[in-house]
Write a protein that binds this ligand. Structure first.
Ligand code: ZN
Length: 347
């Protein structure tokens, strides 16, 4: 066959041309090769000042180091300050800051972080710490947490659980109920409120006396979110409430939001809203002397204290198929959480 003979010949031509090209290519000059410089990083726990005085030299590692930290503390001025103090020496400042937000996210359905915390509240957090090859230290995840509020008998517990089937990671309480409930505890995202995590005195806004509800101080225009899935049943002006929205939820409970500057554009009666969606913006319409959100929970047309009304609304139980694995995880996590000594507020 003619084709069969041509192919080896053309391969030989290409190979010859290749060899000629290599032979013609001029050799590169030898460059001086510098030895690898050691990498200087801060050690976990060393403040930048310490690090400047005595640099720590370590050899660069290609592996990530993972370990578990147990962080225990008591709130004196704010959760953020308490975490900042307890985490010194084991986490860099940025990671300590993020830890405060992560903890707030976990308990968002249980605790109104902007109002419910008080002096003397204790926390214990199990943190998976990750040290990256470049020396950066981050909080990989919170494995478990216990938050003992001084005004509550039972501490809140959160156990991290990754379902084996690749479902979404969730936090459960010790009895296996999801911490993600049907209602958020607060209608204003805590990230939007300036004095968060503190025990500030709640300001008065010149509203009518003895009103049953909660007032959230927030800057003008701060988004207001629906605390749960529901149907809008009222949008408009209502006397002292000013610009007001009522949302009816599946259990018949109505959440009410007042004094808003304006509503989200699509708001109208009959509209279905999802938990967390923006329904309007903080203002001071109606009887209000400063920008804030007035928030109420109404059952059978009567206003109830949101704190009490939302307290008992739990999440879904862990699926039966994952229960055995969860219980193993829970026992491990709770054992680690009880090992550490939780100091008293007076210590
Ligand atoms: Zn109010």
């Amino acid at each position: 066959m003619r084709q069969a003979r041509i192919r080896p010949v053309s391969y030989a031509i290409v190979a010859t041309l290749g060899l000629v090209a290599i032979w013609l290519t001029p050799a590169l000059e030898k460059k001086q090769v510098f030895p690898m410089q050691p990498v200087v990083v801060t050690e976990p726990g060393l403040e930048p000042a310490d690090f400047l005085l005595s640099p720590l030299v370590v050899t660069a590692s290609k592996t990530e180091l993972v370990d578990t930290l147990s962080i225990v503390g008591v709130i004196h001025s704010s959760l953020y300050n308490a975490l900042n103090e307890s985490g010194v020496g084991v986490l860099p400042a940025e990671a300590r800051h993020k830890l405060a937000w992560s903890l707030a996210d976990i308990f968002e359905y249980k605790v109104d972080m902007s109002r419910d915390l008080a002096q003397g509240d204790k926390f214990h957090i199990l943190v998976e710490r990750l040290q990256k090859p470049n020396g950066a230290i981050i909080v990989n995840k919170i494995l478990g947490a216990r938050l003992a509020l001084s005004n509550s008998h039972n501490p809140l517990e959160a156990i991290h659980f990754d379902p084996p089937g690749g479902g979404s990671t969730q936090y459960y309480d010790a009895s296996g109920m999801s911490l993600r409930a049907a209602f958020l505890r607060a209608p204003v995202a805590f990230r939007r409120i300036s004095s968060i995590f503190g025990m500030r005195k709640h300001p008065l806004f010149g509203e009518w006396r003895n009103h049953t509800g909660t007032d959230y101080a927030a800057p003008m225009g701060t988004p207001v979110r629906a605390i749960g899935d529901g149907v809008v049943i009222f949008v408009g002006r209502n006397g002292g409430y000013g610009n007001m929205i009522d949302i009816r939820h599946r259990n018949g409970m109505v959440s009410r939001y007042g004094h808003m500057r304006n509503f989200a554009p699509e708001m109208r009666p009959g509209l279905h809203v999802a938990m967390g969606s923006t329904i309007g913006f903080v203002g001071m319409t109606g009887w209000a002397t400063g920008p804030h959100l007035h928030f109420e929970i109404r059952v059978g047309g009567v206003a109830h204290d949101p704190k009490l009304a939302l307290q008992s609304k739990g999440g879904e139980p862990i699926p039966a198929s994952e229960r055995a694995l969860f219980q193993k995880m829970r026992n491990q996590t709770l054992a680690s959480l009880s090992e550490a000594h939780v100091p008293n507020a007076t210590e």
